[in-house]
Write a protein that binds this ligand. Structure first.
Ligand code: GAL
Length: 361
């Protein structure tokens, strides 16, 4: 059994800042983890309705991101991307308008290569034209992937070209650098995007989450406002993670200040899991105005992790992960976690309850 809990050293302020995705990590929902290439106009419109009607928007989820497969694999003779007309017969702009009419922001996907990972038309060589197309579509978020690029051209160069092209449009577009942590992403991606992937794709199982954490822990220092290290989208609600694993996944993603991009079916999310991903206390940690990622201060493989992060108002978050299949008792010394103040109070965010402290100093 896996367990996790949060403690803070003074009472947690439930203050959620303006969620533009830059001053705090972006929150939203994406088509990819659940639907892959099986997307169409109705699915996106239904998702927009559900994000609002199911209370996800109220909880802070703002972006509706359409991932791979909205394009065909062709361009017009004058270079415009041809949209997949079968699934998007009315084009993209009406969908974007619909998403905006619900008070949400609209995200789209392309690749810094000739084709997307699913073989659809991508932006390499057409950056200026495509950036303008995205701006004309009313796009607020571009996930820019790393498939099918010309050999020998560095990722840094390819992402720089698109960042400049987006800048030229004058539209404020959040850029998610999705190059899977290759070519030491964390050293340069902050210049060309607002978030950067640190690992290959998440898979819908606990093993994948542990693998990602082990890499992410080594580079999360480079994360912060406007340059969020991204361990990939959430898999909660996609049937493979246990309840405890789902809770842990959400706890640690929140504390690391990861983008919180859901990937589940919005119409039939089990209520227990829905309550996790809309938990105000935990989301407030993710959206904390300081924007500092929790860092791993202790790791014993297959046994335990302790992650600690600073929050506003002399508050800190501690995440304890029990990797064992049995209960463990943890004695946490808050001084060891880096907190040096007195009058310490601890609060369990999931239980929404104060934790009695022993031996207060
Ligand atoms: C991968 C990316 C995934 C998804 C997929 C689409 O490279 O990491 O998140 O976008 O491409 O084909």
């Amino acid at each position: 059994m896996l367990e996790v809990f949060f403690i803070t050293a003074s009472s947690l302020i439930l203050l959620i800042q303006a969620q533009d995705g830059i001053s705090t990590p972006p929150m939203g929902w994406s088509t990819w983890n659940k639907y892959g290439c099986h997307i169409n106009e109705q699915l996106i419109k239904d998702a927009a309705d559900l994000i609002v009607s199911q209370g996800y928007h109220n909880a802070g989820y703002t972006y509706l991101n359409m991932d791979d497969c909205w394009q065909s694999n062709e361009r017009t003779s004058d270079g415009h991307i041809i949209i997949d007309r079968e699934n998007f017969p009315n084009g993209i702009r009406p969908i974007s308008d619909y998403v905006h009419s619900k008070g949400l922001k609209f995200g789209i996907y392309s690749s810094a290569g000739r084709q997307t990972c699913a073989g659809r038309m991508a932006s390499s060589g057409y950056e200026l034209q495509d950036a303008q197309t995205y701006a004309n579509m009313g796009v607020d978020y571009l996930k820019y992937d790393n498939c099918n690029y010309d050999e020998g051209v560095s990722a840094k160069t390819r992402y720089e070209i698109m960042a400049k092209a987006i800048n030229t449009t004058g539209r404020q577009i959040f850029i998610s650098v999705c190059n899977w942590g290759t070519e030491n992403t964390w050293e340069w991606a902050y210049q060309y995007g607002h978030s950067f992937r640190t690992h290959d794709d998440i898979y819908n199982d606990w093993k994948s989450i542990v693998e990602i954490l082990n890499v992410h822990a080594t580079v999360v220092n480079n994360s912060g406002p406007g340059q969020w290290a991204d361990p990939d989208m959430l898999e909660i609600g996609n049937d493979r993670l246990t309840v405890d694993e789902s809770k842990t996944h959400f706890s640690i993603w929140s504390a690391m200040k990861s983008p919180l991009i859901l990937g589940n079916s919005l119409s039939d999310m089990p209520s227990e899991l829905y309550n996790f991903v809309t938990n105000k206390n935990v989301i407030a940690v993710n959206q904390d105005p300081l924007g500092l990622p929790a860092k791993r201060i202790l790791h014993v493989a297959h046994d335990k992790d302790i992650w600690v992060g600073e929050l506003v108002n002399q508050t800190m978050v501690v995440v304890i992960i029990n990797y064992m299949d049995q209960h463990q008792t943890f004695n946490i010394d808050t001084h060891y976690c880096g907190y040096i103040g007195s009058d310490i109070r601890a609060f369990d965010l999931w239980e929404n309850a104060t934790i009695p402290m022993k031996d207060q100093r």
